[in-house]
Write a protein that binds this ligand. Structure first.
Ligand SMILES: NC(=O)c1ccc[n+]([C@@H]2O[C@H](COP(=O)([O-])OP(=O)(O)OC[C@H]3O[C@@H](n4cnc5c(N)ncnc54)[C@H](OP(=O)(O)O)[C@@H]3O)[C@@H](O)[C@H]2O)c1
Length: 360
């Protein structure tokens, strides 16, 4: 095997953000040479897979809360395999499968980001994951399932048969919300966007298979279907999870019970979150935001984080939760992958694979 300490040179293909703007106009694929010496606490990873999340796109567009200094490597989560460890590393070994612990751009020696073939990271910035979970499961573990998990745990105390309501329910996060709720005995009302009848039928079937209790479209909601659903429930939802904003968020709020809570984690409609005045005053609704990046920073390698990761890996292993459908693209085809990820009504998460042989 080629050791870093030898003269052997390794080059890494990576996707660089050159400027903020339209993704395929500002992204460039380049080769860089991987430094051939690790410092004592560093680890060399062969990156295996990294998803394209909406926040990656927003970061490239320059509309995300975090703007990396440019040029920077795109991508913010992924899975890799340890190829070599620095002299003082004690808790990790060659061959381990790991995910990035934080998207801490300052500590990645090669620049930043996860859309790359090799990565040099500080030992505290990775978490070991069991090799029995799928690569896609591991590559997408740090953001979406954790976001679903925390939003269901941290804002209201949910008990069996409590009801939650969400929009964007077919999003990756939404699908994890459905599955975790099913397993924990919580009922879900799931709002999706309308689409062609056959596509809608397929999507509804898919969400029902995951465990969704009630599914309706935004269009059904506008015609009053949500009011009828709420009337049929013994108690209204305690918690609303919003990744759309605008009118959709106002209706989530109106569906809540007295002192209900809405948590916003995304703004897919690009419209402001709406809290109707009457609900704010008379129902005493509380509104929160959840940002996984901040949570990961605050709880980086804490027992809470490790417990959650272990629990989610166990759920993935046992099939209690399944990863949303994924479509794999070789990293050198990143432009196609990014274009596909920008399409509306897409049916799968786009994931970059760094080694073409992993695509099958
Ligand atoms: N705050 C956090 O920490 C955090 C963590 C993870 C994710 N997020 C956010 O959560 C959201 C979902 O992420 P994801 O990775 O699960 O995304 P995803 O799988 O790509 O799903 C995107 C979702 O957004 C919907 N959507 C797209 N355009 C829309 C529009 N114009 N109006 C209304 N809905 C629209 C899609 O519905 P269709 O199928 O109908 O197109 C789909 O349900 C994103 O906003 C993401 O940034 C936030």
């Amino acid at each position: 095997m080629c050791q870093l300490s030898n003269v052997c040179k390794r080059s890494s293909y990576q996707v660089i953000i050159n400027d903020f703007g339209k993704p395929n106009e500002v992204l460039e694929g380049v080769y860089v040479e991987v430094p051939n010496k690790l410092s004592s606490n560093q680890i060399l990873l062969k990156v295996l897979m990294s998803p394209i999340n909406p926040s990656d796109i927003n970061m490239i567009e320059g509309t995300y809360h975090i703007k990396p200094s440019l040029p920077a490597v795109a991508g913010n989560e992924g899975v890799g395999e340890i190829l070599e460890v620095g002299g003082a590393v004690q808790d990790h070994q060659v061959g381990e499968r790991v995910i990035y612990s934080v998207a801490d751009r300052s500590q990645c020696q090669l620049g930043a980001g996860t859309w790359r073939q090799f990565s040099i990271v500080n030992e505290t910035n990775i978490i070991k994951v069991p090799s029995n979970i799928s690569l896609i499961g591991a590559a997408t573990l740090a953001v979406n399932p954790c976001t679903a998990y925390r939003m269901l745990k941290d804002f209201v105390k949910l008990k069996t048969d409590d009801v939650i309501i969400q929009n964007g329910s077919n999003s990756a996060v939404g699908q994890y919300i459905i599955q975790l709720c099913k397993y924990w005995g919580i009922k879900t009302i799931n709002i999706i966007r309308g689409r062609q009848e056959d596509e809608k039928e397929q999507l509804v079937g898919h969400l029902q298979n995951l465990g969704a209790d009630i599914i309706l479209t935004e269009e059904d909601r506008k015609k009053g279907a949500l009011k009828d659903i709420l009337k049929s429930l013994p108690e209204k939802p305690k918690l609303a999870l919003n990744c759309v904003g605008g009118d959709s968020s106002a209706h989530l709020v109106n569906s809540l019970r007295q002192k209900g809570v809405i948590v916003t984690y995304g703004g897919m409609s690009k419209r402001p979150v709406m809290i109707p005045t009457g609900a704010a005053i008379f129902k005493q609704i509380t509104a929160h935001g959840y940002w996984n990046t901040e949570w990961m920073k605050d709880y980086k390698n804490s027992p809470e984080r490790m417990e959650m990761i272990t629990e989610l890996c166990d759920y993935l292993d046992k099939g209690i939760i399944k990863t949303p459908k994924a479509e794999l693209f070789y990293i050198k085809d990143f432009k196609t992958a990014v274009s596909e990820s920008l399409k509306e009504f897409k049916t799968s998460k786009k994931v970059l694979v760094m080694d073409e042989t992993l695509k099958c």
